[in-house]
Design a protein around this ligand. Sequence first.
Ligand code: PHB
Length: 393
Amino acid sequence: MYKKIFTATLIMYSLLGTNSIAQTKPDVIKIGVILPLTGAFSTTGRQSEAGMRLYMAQHGNKIAGKEIELVIKDDGSVADASRRIAQEMVTQDKVAVLAGFGITPAALAAAPIATRSKTPMVVTAAATSSITEASPFVVRTGFTLPQVTTGIAAWAPKNGIKTAVSLVADYGPGGDAEKFFKQIFESNGGKVISQLRAPVRNPDYAPFLQRVREDKPDAVFVFLPAGQGAIFMKQFTERGLDKAGIRLIATGDVTDDELLNGMGDAVLGVITSHHYSVAHPSALNQKFVKSFESANPGLRPNFMAVGAYDGMHLIYNAVEKTKGAVGPELLEAMKGQAFESPRGMIKIDPKTRDVVQDVYIRRAERVASMNNEIYNVELSSIPAVADPGKTQK
Ligand code: PHB
């Protein structure tokens, strides 16, 4: 009798054992990628997945004797789903890294899980400054809103724009953009007349554009998350703001490369600051764009694809450095890394775990040598910008 139970228990344990060995095969490193593949932010999901897959197609799936495996799941940009999926990935899939995160609420929802499970969490898209402070396990390869906003805020008063209205999406990154635009614009001699916030989901910009018209500023400064720029541009021209002599300045999220050419002539001349343009003239970027477009016909990469591509680069470098060790050791190996990205050189600040990068001032132009399509043409650059949100609260 006892012997029977003992044998049954042994069988059970060995079955469980085999099962857990199958999940955590020592020679496989799983990366749990959480992205909005459906819903309002699906352009970000699609771009990010394509960026990660391209990196793997170019560099193989073996590193330090380990096989890298992507486990990609759709959170539909609903934060509760991001949290649940992160939990499942850590406990059931036994992922060594969490990665992706299309919008700020998704990243903030998953951060406590990264902390509890000591899992490095590579944020490739979401861009509110405070995300890296939500967990000591967060490392960011995308950008932050303060980082890309200060460039255009300082440029504007030096280029004839003395008064502005800001219009931002009403959530984390919009708050960052609004705050840093005002601070830098005004310390350079400009005046923000009013600060408007549009809803993040299903936005109708018409009432806000009406208000901008009435305020008659020299320019309207806009931040909207990737994917919403085309609708905004349409409403901007429909309401005749371009003809009313109100200039449009923005972060590059609004003139996102995926949608830019489809915006038509109305977007020509719009000045933005951002960290990535498809037209960035480096050899590495030209190779990146060519490979991306041949793997994804008809799709131009945008800054989300680059953040994700670089996120994989960071993970590969770190796995190589630890010779396959994961957990806190892998996190340490991510800190301080520096390498060339399609956007230019980037570095992970070892103290803040945020990305340090050049920010460019760009103008939307038709480029004769590139099929006469519209690109964000870089005019000047501000070197090695660290997130200003970390030093000024
Ligand atoms: C964000 O939610 O953090 C976010 C999303 C898209 C952007 C920028 C920020 O383009």
